[in-house]
Design a protein around this ligand. Structure first.
Ligand code: HEC
Ligand code: HEC
Ligand code: HEC
Ligand code: HEC
Ligand code: HEC
Ligand code: HEC
Ligand code: HEC
Ligand code: HEC
Ligand code: HEC
Length: 414
C-alpha cells in the first residue's frame, strides 16, 4: 500500500474535523419544535418568513423534545397578547438596517401607533382591535402582491370585514357594521372585485393600512383627489370649496360638507349620472333657492348635450346600417363624446360660465355630424333618383328592339 505523505494526511484530518463540527452544529440547530408542530411548520415554510425559526418569534428551547422543557424557557412567548405580537414583529420590522436589504420600510409600528387600532391597543390594552397578525396572519404571511395574501387588494375588504362587519363587535364602539356591505355595492368594488382592476380603491387605499383612521373633513377630498385629480381641482372652484362646518350649521344643513362624499357618499359610491343632481342637492338646499336654480341651469347644459349626442349617435348608426360611408361622422362623434364627458367633469365647478364654451363647442360638432349625415342621405336620394332616367332609357330601348325584331320576323315570313 502506498504511504500517504504528510500534507495529504493533514488534508484528510481537516476534512474529517470539519465534518464533525458541522454535524454538531446541525444538531444544535435542529429545531425540535417542529416534531410536534407540523401545521405551523408547513405554514411558515410557505410564507415570506420561510427562513425564520420558531424561536425567533416565540423563544423557548428548540433542543428539547419534551413539552415542559421546550415551553418552559424564560423567554418563551405564546404571543397570545396582541401587545406582544406588535412588539415581536416590530423588533425586526422597525430595524432599518435589517429591512434595508429587502427594500422594506421600517415605519409600520410608528404609523400603527397613530391609528385608532394602535391607540386602543397600546394605550388601553384593548385586545379587540387589529394588530399585525389580524391583517397579515401569523405563520402564513405573504407579500401583498401575492393573490392569496390577506393584504392583497382583492382580499383586503374581507380582512377588514372580519371585524368591521361583525355587528356585535362594532356596536361596542358605536361604529356601523355595514361598511363592508356598502363597499361591496360600490362601483369601486365592482371594478376591483369583478373586473380585477387594481387601480380601484380598497379600504386601505382610502384609510391607510397601518395608520387606519377615518379621514378628516379636509383630507377626504385629498383621498379621492389622489385618483380623481381633475374633479378635485374643479371642486375647488365651486361655491362649496372652503365651506366650514359653521357655515353649514348656519345654512341649516344637517350633514357636514365633506367635499366629494357629501354628494357621492363614501363607501357605496355609484357610477355617476345626471340623476345625481336630483338626489344630492336637495339634501341641503330647498326648492326655490339660488342653489337649486344653479343646479337646474347646470343640469340642463349637461343634459341637453347628452341628449343631442345620443340623437346624433342614433342617426349615424342608422345611416351606417343603410350602408352609407359614415367614417367622417364617426370621427366627429368621437370628438363630441369627449366634449360631453368634459361637461360631466366640468359641472363640478357648479358655474354655468365654465360649461358654456364647451357646451357650445359640443353643439357645433354635433351640428356638423348631423348635417354630415343629412348630406350623405341627400346624396343617396339623388343617386336613387338618377337611376330613374337610366331605367326609362333601358325600357324604351328594349321596346324598340322588340318592335324591330317583330318587323324583321314579319318580313322573313313567306
Ligand atoms: C413535545 C411536543 C412539543 C414540543 C417539542 C414543542 N411543543 Fe409547542 N405545544 C405543544 C402542544 C401539544 C401544544 C398545545 C398545548 C395546548 O393546547 O395548550 C403547544 C403549544 C404551543 C404554543 C401555543 C401556546 C399557547 O399558550 O397558546 C406555542 C406558541 C408553541 N407551542 C411553540 C413552541 C415552540 C416555539 C417550540 C420549540 C421551542 C415548541 N412549541 C415545542 C407541543 C410541543
Ligand atoms: C413571524 C413570527 C412567528 C414565527 C416565525 C412563528 N410564529 Fe407561532 N405565532 C406567531 C403569532 C403572531 C402567533 C399568534 C397568532 C394569533 O394570536 O393570531 C403565533 C401562534 C402560535 C401558536 C398558537 C396556535 C396558532 O397556530 O395560532 C403555535 C402553536 C405556534 N405559534 C407555534 C409556532 C411554531 C411551532 C413555529 C415554528 C414552526 C412558529 N410558531 C413560528 C408568530 C410566529
Ligand atoms: C426575525 C425578524 C422578523 C420578525 C420577528 C418578523 N419579520 Fe416579517 N420579515 C422579516 C424579513 C427579513 C422579511 C423580508 C423577507 C423577504 O422579503 O424575503 C420580512 C417580510 C415580511 C413581510 C412581507 C413584506 C413584503 O411585502 O415584502 C410582511 C408582511 C411581514 N414580514 C410581516 C411580519 C409580521 C406581521 C410579523 C409579526 C407577526 C413579522 N413580520 C415578524 C423579518 C421578520
Ligand atoms: C389594519 C391592518 C394592518 C395592520 C394592523 C398591520 N398591517 Fe402591515 N400591511 C397591511 C396592508 C393592507 C399592507 C399591504 C400594503 C398596502 O396595500 O397598502 C401592509 C403592508 C405591510 C408590509 C409591507 C411593506 C409596507 O409597509 O408596505 C409590512 C412589512 C407590514 N405591513 C408589517 C406590519 C407590521 C410589523 C405590523 C404591526 C406593527 C402591521 N403590518 C400591521 C395591513 C396591516
Ligand atoms: C381584529 C379586528 C379588526 C380588524 C381586522 C380591523 N379592524 Fe378597524 N377597528 C376595529 C375596532 C374594534 C375598532 C374600534 C376602535 C375604537 O373606536 O376605539 C376599529 C376602528 C377602525 C377605524 C376608526 C373608526 C372610527 O371612526 O373610530 C378605522 C378607520 C378602521 N378600524 C379601519 C380598518 C381597516 C381599513 C381595516 C382593514 C385594513 C381594519 N380596520 C381591520 C377592529 C378591527
Ligand atoms: C373611497 C374611499 C373609501 C373606501 C374604499 C373605504 N372607506 Fe371607509 N370611509 C371613507 C371616508 C371618507 C370616511 C369618513 C366618513 C365621514 O367622516 O363622514 C370613512 C369612514 C369609515 C369608518 C368610520 C365609521 C363611519 O362610517 O363613520 C370605518 C370604520 C371605515 N370607513 C371602514 C372601512 C372599511 C372596513 C372599508 C373596506 C371594506 C372602507 N372603509 C372603505 C372612505 C373610504
Ligand atoms: C385608488 C384610486 C381611487 C380613489 C382613492 C378613489 N377612486 Fe373613485 N374611481 C377610481 C377608478 C379607477 C374609477 C373608475 C374609472 C373612472 O370612471 O374614473 C373610479 C370611479 C369613480 C366614480 C364613478 C365614475 C363614473 O364614471 O361614473 C365616482 C363617482 C368616484 N370614483 C368617486 C370617488 C370618490 C368620491 C372618492 C373618495 C371618497 C374616490 N372615488 C376615491 C379610483 C379611485
Ligand atoms: C355638489 C355635488 C358634488 C360634489 C361635491 C362632487 N360631485 Fe362628482 N359628480 C356630481 C354629479 C351630479 C355628477 C354627475 C354628472 C353627470 O354625469 O351628469 C358627478 C360626477 C362625478 C364623476 C363621474 C364623471 C366624471 O367627472 O368623470 C366622478 C369621477 C366624480 N363625480 C368624482 C368626484 C370627486 C372626486 C369629487 C370631490 C373632489 C366630487 N365628485 C364632488 C356631483 C358632485
Ligand atoms: C351637504 C350639504 C350640501 C349639498 C349636498 C349641496 N350643497 Fe350647495 N351649499 C351648501 C352650503 C352649506 C352652502 C353655503 C351656504 C348657502 O349659501 O346656502 C352651499 C352653497 C351653494 C351655492 C352658492 C349659493 C350662493 O348663494 O352663492 C350653490 C350655487 C350651491 N350650493 C349649489 C349646490 C348644488 C347645485 C348642489 C347639488 C349638485 C349642492 N349645492 C349640494 C350645502 C350643500
Amino acid at each position: 500500500m502506498r504511504q500517504l505523505r504528510l500534507p495529504q494526511k493533514l488534508g484528510w484530518a481537516a476534512i474529517l474535523l470539519s465534518l464533525l463540527v458541522f454535524r454538531a452544529a446541525a444538531r444544535a440547530e435542529e429545531n425540535l419544535c417542529l416534531e410536534c408542530h407540523e401545521d405551523q411548520k408547513k405554514a411558515l415554510a410557505g410564507s415570506v418568513h420561510t427562513g425564520l425559526t420558531c424561536t425567533q418569534c416565540h423563544g423557548g428551547n428548540p433542543a428539547s423534545d419534551d413539552y415542559e422543557t421546550a415551553h418552559a424557557a424564560k423567554d418563551f412567548k405564546p404571543l397570545s397578547d396582541k401587545r406582544d405580537i406588535v412588539a415581536k414583529c416590530a423588533s425586526c420590522h422597525s430595524d432599518v438596517r435589517m429591512m434595508n436589504p429587502y427594500g422594506l420600510q421600517a415605519d409600520q409600528l410608528e404609523r400603527y401607533k397613530t391609528s385608532k387600532h394602535g391607540e386602543q391597543l397600546l394605550q388601553h390594552g384593548d385586545q379587540k382591535v387589529a394588530a399585525c397578525a389580524d391583517c397579515h396572519g401569523s405563520h402564513d404571511i405573504l407579500k401583498a402582491k401575492s393573490p392569496q395574501a390577506r393584504t392583497f387588494p382583492g382580499n383586503v375588504p374581507q380582512t377588514c370585514g372580519r371585524c368591521h362587519a361583525d355587528a356585535k363587535l362594532m356596536a361596542g364602539y358605536n361604529l356601523p357594521s355595514d361598511v363592508l356591505e356598502k363597499y361591496k355595492s360600490s362601483y369601486h368594488a365592482h371594478l376591483l372585485l369583478e373586473k380585477g382592476d387594481l387601480s380601484a380603491p380598497t379600504c386601505v387605499t382610502c384609510h391607510g393600512n397601518h395608520g387606519a383612521t377615518p379621514p378628516g373633513t379636509r383630507e377626504v377630498g385629498q383621498v379621492c383627489g389622489k385618483c380623481h385629480g381633475r374633479q378635485a381641482e374643479l371642486f375647488e372652484k365651486s361655491p362649496h370649496a372652503g365651506l366650514l362646518n359653521e357655515d353649514l350649521k348656519r345654512a341649516g344643513a344637517t350633514p357636514r360638507f365633506h367635499e366629494c362624499i357629501s354628494c357621492h357618499g363614501n363607501h357605496a359610491i355609484q357610477k355617476a349620472s345626471i340623476n345625481l343632481f336630483d338626489q344630492s342637492c336637495t339634501r341641503c338646499h330647498t326648492d326655490g333657492t339660488k342653489p337649486i336654480a344653479v343646479r337646474d341651469a347646470v343640469a340642463k347644459i349637461v343634459g341637453d348635450a347628452n341628449r343631442d349626442f345620443e340623437q346624433a349617435d342614433a342617426r349615424v348608426r342608422q345611416a351606417e346600417l343603410r350602408g352609407l360611408a359614415t367614417e367622417e361622422e364617426q370621427l366627429l362623434l368621437g370628438e363630441a363624446r369627449t366634449q360631453v364627458t368634459q361637461l360631466e367633469v366640468l359641472q363640478h365647478t357648479l358655474s354655468p360660465e365654465f360649461l358654456q364654451p364647451v357646451a357650445a363647442h359640443s353643439a357645433e360638432i354635433i351640428g356638423q355630424t348631423v348635417s354630415g349625415v343629412a348630406t350623405l342621405e341627400r346624396v343617396e336620394r339623388w343617386k336613387r333618383l338618377a337611376l330613374i332616367p337610366i331605367w326609362l332609357f333601358f325600357i324604351v330601348m328594349a321596346g324598340l328592339f322588340w318592335l324591330k325584331w317583330r318587323q324583321l320576323a314579319r318580313r322573313r315570313r313567306p
